[in-house]
Design a protein around this ligand. Structure first.
Ligand code: ATP
Length: 376
C-alpha cells in the first residue's frame, strides 16, 4: 500500500535500515522505517486516511509516523546529514536515497528495499550490507564515521553483542583509534545515555558489556568505573544467576540490564549521579541506595544465619534485584537461593487460626510459617 500511494503521488518509497536487516535475518519486526524520495508527510497522511487512523507529522524534519495493527510505521523524507563538528547534532538537507543511506552507521543498517509496484522487493545495497550480514561483520561506511558521531562506537558494540557479529578489521582499527582519541566524551551526554539505556534493554547485555570492556569504552561514559578481576567475576556470576532466574521464575522477569548496571556501579562513588543522568527508574535508584546502605551488614548477618527462619527474616523485605545481586556472592548464594525457591512461598493452613484477626492473625501466621520452614 505504501508503495502504491507513493507511486500515485509520483514519489518512490523504500523500506530502510534496521527493518531490512531484521527481515534478512528472519527476525520479527514491529517498527518499520520507510524513506520517501518525495514528501514523507504526504504519504503518511494518505495512508492514515485510508486506514482511518491518526498520523503525527514533524514538519521541521519532514517525517511522520502512524500506528496500524500494532505496527509503528515511520516515514522520513530522504536526506543528507552533515556534522559541523564531531558528535554535534547534524545539519539536515534534502537528498536522494543514496545519500540517505550514506549517512547511516553500518553497512548492515544501510540497505533499502523498494516498495513501489514497479520495483517491489528489489534490494538496494550500495555498501555490501548483505555480504557483511552473511559474514557476520559490523562495518562502517567510511573512515570518519566514528569521528562524525562517536555514539556509533557504542552502537557498533551493541549490534555486535546482540547479533554475535565481529567488527571488520578496518572498523575495529577505526574504533580503537576513536576511543583512544577520547571521542566518546565529545558526544552529547543525552545521546550517550540514551544509547546506554538501549544497550541495557538488550537480551545479550552481558556480551555487550564484554565488548565494552574489551575496547575500554565504558570508562569514558561511566566516570569512576574500573574493571577489576573481582568485578568481572561478579558479572559472570550475575549472568549465571540471571539465567537461573529466567528459567525458574519466568513470570518474575525484570529488566535485567539495570541489575548489571547496579553491579557495575556498586563500588563507584558517583553511582547515584550516574543513575540520575541516565534517568534510571525509581526502583533502580532505590535498590542502589539500599545496596549502598545495607548490603555489607546484611551479607555478614546472612553468613552467620543458621536457621531458615533467620534467613527469611533477613530477606523478606528485600526487592528482587537486590536478592539477585546478593546471589553473586559465592558464600551466601545458597541461602538466597533457598529463600527464593522455598522460604518465601511457604504456606500455612489458615483453618488453624480461626477466631484471630488483624495484627494477631498476621503474627500467628508468620510464627507458624517460620516453624514450618525450620522443619524443612
Ligand atoms: P533496533 O533494532 O535497535 O531498533 P535499528 O537499526 O532499527 O535497530 P534505530 O536506532 O531505530 O536502530 O535506527 C534506525 C536506523 O537509523 C538504523 O538502522 C541506521 O540506519 C540509522 N541510524 C540510527 N542511529 C544512527 C547513527 N547514530 N548514525 C547513523 N545512522 C544511524
Amino acid at each position: 500500500q505504501v508503495g502504491t500511494i507513493a507511486q500515485e503521488l509520483g514519489f518512490r518509497a523504500y523500506l530502510v535500515g534496521g527493518v531490512v536487516r531484521d527481515i534478512l535475518l528472519k527476525k520479527e519486526v514491529w517498527d518499520i522505517d520507510f524513506v520517501i524520495e518525495g514528501d514523507a508527510i504526504k504519504v503518511a497522511q494518505r495512508l492514515a486516511e485510508k486506514h482511518g487512523v491518526d498520523y503525527h507529522p514533524f514538519e521541521e524534519f519532514r517525517t511522520a509516523h502512524i500506528k496500524v495493527n500494532g505496527l509503528k510505521l515511520e516515514f522520513a523524507t530522504t536526506r543528507r546529514e552533515t556534522y559541523p563538528h564531531p558528535g554535534a547534532y547534524p545539519l539536515v538537507e534534502y537528498a536522494g536515497l543514496k545519500e540517505d543511506l550514506l549517512r547511516r552507521d553500518f553497512t548492515i543498517n544501510a540497505m533499502a528495499v523498494c516498495v513501489n509496484p514497479d520495483c517491489f522487493g528489489t534490494l538496494i545495497d550500495y555498501f555490501g550490507g548483505l555480504r557483511d550480514l552473511k559474514d557476520k561483520l559490523i562495518r562502517v561506511l567510511h573512515p570518519l564515521s566514528f569521528v562524525e558521531d562517536p555514539v556509533r562506537i557504542l552502537r557498533a558494540l551493541r549490534f555486535a553483542g546482540r547479533l554475535g557479529f565481529k567488527l571488520s578489521k578496518s572498523t575495529e582499527k577505526l574504533l580503537i583509534n576513536a576511543v583512544s582519541a577520547g571521542l566518546i566524551a565529545k558526544a552529547p551526554k543525552g545521546r550517550l545515555m540514551n544509547e546506554l539505556r538501549l544497550a541495557l534493554r538488550e537480551e545479550r547485555i552481558f556480551e555487550i558489556l564484554e565488548l565494552y570492556k574489551k575496547y575500554g569504552v565504558l570508562e569514558h561514559v561511566l566516570v569512576g568505573i574500573r574493571w577489576s578481576p573481582q568485578l568481572e567475576k561478579k558479572l559472570l556470576s550475575l549472568r549465571d544467576v540471571i539465567a537461573w532466574h529466567r528459567i525458574e521464575f519466568p513470570k518474575e522477569k525484570i529488566d535485567y540490564g539495570w541489575v548489571y548496571l547496579l553491579v557495575l556501579l556498586e563500588e563507584s562513588e558517583k553511582g547515584m549521579d550516574f543513575l540520575v543522568d541516565i534517568s534510571a527508574p525509581a526502583w533502580v535508584r532505590e535498590t542502589y541506595e539500599d545496596i549502598k546502605k545495607n548490603k555489607k551488614e546484611l551479607t555478614k548477618k546472612l553468613l552467620s544465619a543458621q536457621k531458615n527462619s533467620e534467613i527469611y527474616l533477613l530477606l523478606k523485605n528485600k526487592p528482587l534485584p537486590f536478592l539477585l545481586i546478593l546471589m553473586t556472592e559465592e558464600d551466601i548464594k545458597e541461602k538466597v537461593r533457598v529463600y527464593l525457591e522455598k522460604l518465601r512461598s511457604v504456606k500455612v493452613d489458615l483453618e488453624k487460626f480461626k477466631g484471630l484477626s488483624g495484627r494477631q492473625l498476621g503474627k500467628a501466621i508468620e510464627e507458624e510459617k517460620m516453624k514450618l520452614m525450620d522443619a524443612l
